[in-house]
Design a binder for this molecule. Structure first.
Ligand code: AHR
Length: 365
């Protein structure tokens, strides 16, 4: 797991944590069900915490790593019974899953939201039932501060800003900063924090650079299949006007690369030679391999291994400790190119980590 940086405001969450802890102490013993299923038969068992995981799906390499990390951390040996409800990328299924876990009287709910909106009512039901909800990875957009107990996840807007800062620095390095640039954008699931933050950063950059032209923008839903489908369509309509593809995750980049190859074109950083420069997010194992090969020019990390941090949050709540309101995970940026070696975002300098095969071989996902 990456290091966790935290942002202040402990007191309010702490009070909620202590209150919930008191409520839970007075509640009946934990409900336990068949591992890995939200439909299991509930029985009481002392000493085991039942945790309902409202999962997004299995759309990407990143998501598989995230789900695996949760499953590996919340084992019976570690004192948990994990119930998983896979929403298969359907927001309405997630809301239903929260309600089902409330009805099952689980001890904690882990919520990995597909989209930010639509959470008021179901989170209020969990709150009224005294069940702490830990939101992670993406965010929920709610009016009340105490709608959930804790949040840990990515700063997707910063990820996008680092990515665009890399492109700016790369173009300057090549003396191309004043040249017109044709960009296509493959977005992630609409309404998800990852899509919102990464898209906002590109929009900001487009405003700063009037010579950059956004040729097209389509939803790739964070999947290889959809990424390929939209890239095929864009190539058919826009052909060699496409110089840069801003993909919102690695799987979309895999799909875009297939489409580029099948169209007889070449992905790579050499814009002057007519190559198509790909930008991606996640930095999963295969994404990094393609980045080392230059097929992806820059890959901005999104950290997926939440399991250990989530168990730590629950253990803190069990001890009645105060929790930070928000915790951002630290994330790196990778390129197979030597330059730029660092990027600047709003006065902050971020290193671009040079890739090596050894680093990729150590990557667990
Ligand atoms: O929320 C994290 C994003 O969702 C990752 O970038 C992506 O791969 C995933 O599906």
């Amino acid at each position: 797991m990456t290091n966790i940086g935290s942002t202040g405001r402990l007191a309010f969450r702490g009070a909620v944590a202590m209150f919930l802890s008191a409520v839970l102490c007075a509640a009946p013993a934990a409900v336990q069900a068949d591992p890995g299923s939200a439909d299991g038969v509930a029985v009481n068992e002392d000493g085991i915490l039942t945790v309902g995981y409202v999962m997004i799906g299995a759309e990407s390499d990143w998501r598989l790593a995230c789900n695996r990390s949760v499953a590996e951390a919340f084992t019976r040996a570690n004192g948990y019974s994990l119930l998983v409800n896979d929403a298969q990328q359907k927001p309405e299924k997630q809301i239903k899953a929260v309600r089902e876990f409330v009805n099952q009287e689980v001890d904690y709910i882990l919520l990995n939201p597909i989209v930010e909106s639509g959470w008021e009512a179901s989170l209020e039901e969990a709150r009224e039932a005294g069940i702490p909800v830990i939101v992670f990875d993406r965010e929920v957009d709610v009016r009340t501060e105490d709608a959930f107990t804790a949040w840990i996840g990515s700063d997707f807007y910063l990820e996008g800003k680092k990515s665009c800062a890399w492109l700016e620095a790369y173009l300057a390095e090549k003396g191309l900063e004043e040249e017109p640039l044709g960009i296509v954008h493959i977005q992630g699931t609409p309404g998800s924090s990852a899509q919102i933050g990464r898209t906002m950063a590109l929009d900001d950059a487009l405003t700063r650079h009037p010579q950059w032209q956004l040729l097209d923008r389509q939803n790739g839903d964070f999947t290889t299949a959809k990424g390929k489908e939209v890239m095929v369509d864009m190539l058919a309509r826009l052909g060699d006007r496409i110089q840069v593809v801003y993909c919102e995750n690695d799987n979309e980049a895999y799909g875009a690369l297939e489409a580029i190859r099948e169209a007889g074109l070449t992905a790579g950083p050499d814009l002057q030679a007519g190559q198509i420069l790909l930008m991606s997010f996640d930095a999963a194992h295969n994404g990094l391999q393609l980045t080392l090969e230059g097929k992806i020019a820059v890959n901005t990390e999104c950290a997926p291994l939440y399991g250990p941090a989530l168990t730590q949050l629950i253990q803190s709540l069990e001890r009645g400790e105060m929790l930070p309101e928000k915790q951002y995970v630290q994330e790196a940026q990778f390129s197979g190119l030597e330059k730029p070696a660092r990027v600047e975002v709003e006065g902050e300098i971020y290193d671009v980590t040079p890739l090596s095969q050894e680093l990729i071989d150590r990557r667990k996902y």
